[in-house]
Design a protein around this ligand. Structure first.
Ligand code: SME
Length: 162
C-alpha cells in the first residue's frame, strides 16, 4: 500500500462528505448532515457538534449549533474557556488524547476520554469550529484529524459562498 493511501473507512466518509456538500443548499444544512455522518459512521466519535462564533458579541462567544450525542451543559463557551476556546482563539486544531490531564478541559460527559476541536475559517477568520468527543483515549489519529479538518473546510467554503 502506498504511504499516501488513507484507511478505506476514512476515504469512504470523506467522499460521503463531498456528496453531502454538493447536495446542501446552505451551510446550516451541511453542518447538520456532517454531524449525522460522522456520528453514525465513525464509531469512536461519540459526540459531534458545531460551535459558531458570535464575534460581534461582547465578549465574543462560541454558541452550540447542530450536534449529535448527549446533551451538553456547554451551550455557550467564551474564548478563554475550554479546549473549544483554545482552538477558536488560536485558530489551530487542538487534539487532546487524555482530557483529564488537560486543565483547559470543560467536561460534558464523564465518559469522554479524548477530544478534537478544529476551527472553521470563512473569509480568513474563525467562524466556528467542529468539536468531537470520544469515549476512547487517544481516539484521533493523524487520519482522523485530516478527515475532521476536511469537513471543517467544506463548511467554511459553504459559509463563504452563502
Ligand atoms: N469539552 C469542550 C466543551 C464542549 S463539549 O465537549 C461538547 C471544551 O473543553 O471546550
Amino acid at each position: 500500500m502506498a504511504t499516501t493511501a488513507k484507511p478505506p473507512k476514512i476515504e469512504e466518509v470523506r467522499k460521503e462528505a463531498d456528496r453531502l456538500d454538493s447536495a446542501a443548499d446552505t451551510a446550516d444544512q451541511l453542518m447538520k448532515a456532517i454531524t449525522l455522518l460522522l456520528h453514525e459512521k465513525m464509531l469512536k466519535y461519540n459526540w459531534v457538534g458545531f460551535y459558531m462564533l458570535e464575534a460581534e458579541a461582547s465578549p465574543p462567544v462560541l454558541v452550540l449549533g447542530h450536534y449529535q450525542g448527549a446533551m451538553t451543559p456547554h451551550t455557550r463557551i467564551f474564548l478563554n474557556q475550554g479546549i473549544c476556546g483554545a482552538a477558536a482563539s488560536s485558530g489551530k486544531t487542538v487534539v487532546v488524547d487524555d482530557v483529564q490531564s488537560d486543565r483547559r478541559y470543560l467536561a460534558c460527559s464523564i465518559e469522554t476520554k479524548s477530544e478534537i476541536v478544529v476551527p472553521i475559517f470563512a473569509g480568513g477568520k474563525v467562524a466556528g469550529e467542529l468539536d468531537i468527543d470520544s469515549h476512547f483515549p487517544a481516539a484521533f489519529s493523524f487520519e482522523d484529524r485530516e478527515l475532521v479538518e476536511y469537513c471543517a473546510r467544506l463548511v467554511g467554503k459553504h459559509l463563504e459562498s452563502s
